[in-house]
Design a protein around this ligand. Structure first.
Ligand code: MRU
Length: 346
């Protein structure tokens, strides 16, 4: 399994996911601005990976701004990082967690290298806890799958989208270790092909059976190949269970409902945004028209045509069979069951 990121004390080294699977290359980020750029360019992507990268970026930012007023400088760095991508709530969560840690120890009188050490320890804990959460999620999710399971997934919610193991693909990995996976159908995930480039790569590298399909083939594949369930990740889950994830997820949920196939979302507690009552206020990132009009550098649409390029959609909670978290599996009614489960300690 490739490492998404490695913390080196003075730098955050990121695997450049825009170049996979053809080229394995790493980027050394010595300041928070380079991490912000990496997040915006999708060199690091996937909600939990973005959250952890942002936490390390805050530490780099703190190292470079040790003069007073320290806490307000951290606030500025966080605001800057959070502007890189709007939809995944983990980005703000990673920044806020470091700020809360800084406030706590600052108020206790810690300054300089002692304070920085606390921030660094917190960022490392975020990284390690993400892997542990994914493994727990994997166990909870694997229990939902039948023997010889045929699964369909979208985008990449694997080790590459997290600090390791993965959310939706973490469930697949755990189920595979239990001998339960017959086949995983991986949507290519237009326009940036995270499914074809990253999910198929991750699974194939580990010998997990994977078949690539284009996004438009998903409903037909579900029907013809007798898919047992759809499992996807999430970028932000509102208090009522409405879920933002990679564009195309909503289509899958509609098809799954029509075909009576369970539709599962796998996500850690850090992906829930309980400030939002429902999905209507989730900010949806819109990306450059070139991502649609060009394919592998070639122009594939007329210059005069307009482009609509939302990077995410919101699947209504009513279409979601269950949400798999590290704390357990949440089923409807989501409004009460989400808040009840998230209050429990893991
Ligand atoms: O644009 P991306 O590649 O960052 O989108 C990623 C997704 O939509 C994932 O499904 C989501 O972040 C969950 S990753 C565990």
């Amino acid at each position: 399994m490739l490492n998404t990121m490695v913390w080196g004390g003075d730098r955050l080294t990121l695997l450049d996911q825009t170049k996979l699977p053809a080229v394995t290359e790493y980027i050394d980020c010595f300041d928070h601005l380079r991490v912000k750029e990496a997040i915006a360019r999708l060199e690091v992507r996937g909600a939990p990976a973005i959250g952890a990268a942002a936490a390390f970026a805050m530490v780099l930012g703190a190292k470079h701004s040790q003069h007073e007023p320290f806490l307000s400088q951290l606030e500025e760095i966080a605001a800057d990082l959070e502007s890189a991508r709007p939809t995944a709530v983990n980005l703000a969560w990673g920044c806020r967690t470091i700020i809360d840690t800084a406030k706590k120890f600052y108020e206790e009188g810690l300054r300089g290298s002692l304070l920085l050490k606390k921030l660094e320890e917190k960022a490392v804990a975020i990284y390690e806890e993400d892997i542990a959460a994914n493994k727990k999620m994997g166990e909870h999710g694997a229990a939902l799958l039948p023997k010889e399971a045929v699964v369909l997934t979208h985008c990449n919610a694997g080790a590459l989208a997290t600090c390791g193991w993965g959310t939706a693909l973490g469930v697949v990995r755990s189920a595979y270790l239990q001998g339960k996976i017959k086949m995983v159908y991986s949507d290519e995930t237009r326009p940036l092909l995270q499914g074809a480039r990253l999910t198929a790569y991750e699974l194939a590298e580990e010998g997990i059976p994977v078949t690539c399909i284009t996004d438009g083939m998903a409903a037909w594949t579900m029907k013809e190949k007798k898919v047992d369930c759809v499992i996807v990740g999430a970028d932000r889950i509102a208090a009522n269970g409405d879920t933002a994830n990679k564009i195309g997820t909503f289509n899958l949920a509609l098809a799954a409902r029509a075909l009576h196939i369970p539709f599962y979302v796998a996500a850690p507690a850090s992906t829930f945004d309980l400030h939002l009552a429902d999905g209507s206020a989730i900010p949806i990132e819109e990306r450059a028209p070139e991502e649609i009009k060009k394919f592998a550098g070639h122009i594939i649409a007329p210059e005069k045509a307009l482009v609509y390029n939302p990077a995410f959609d919101v699947t209504p909670a009513a279409l979601i069979t269950a949400i798999i978290t590290e704390k357990g599996v949440i089923r409807p009614p989501y409004a009460q069951n989400i808040s009840r489960l998230l209050k429990n300690k893991a």
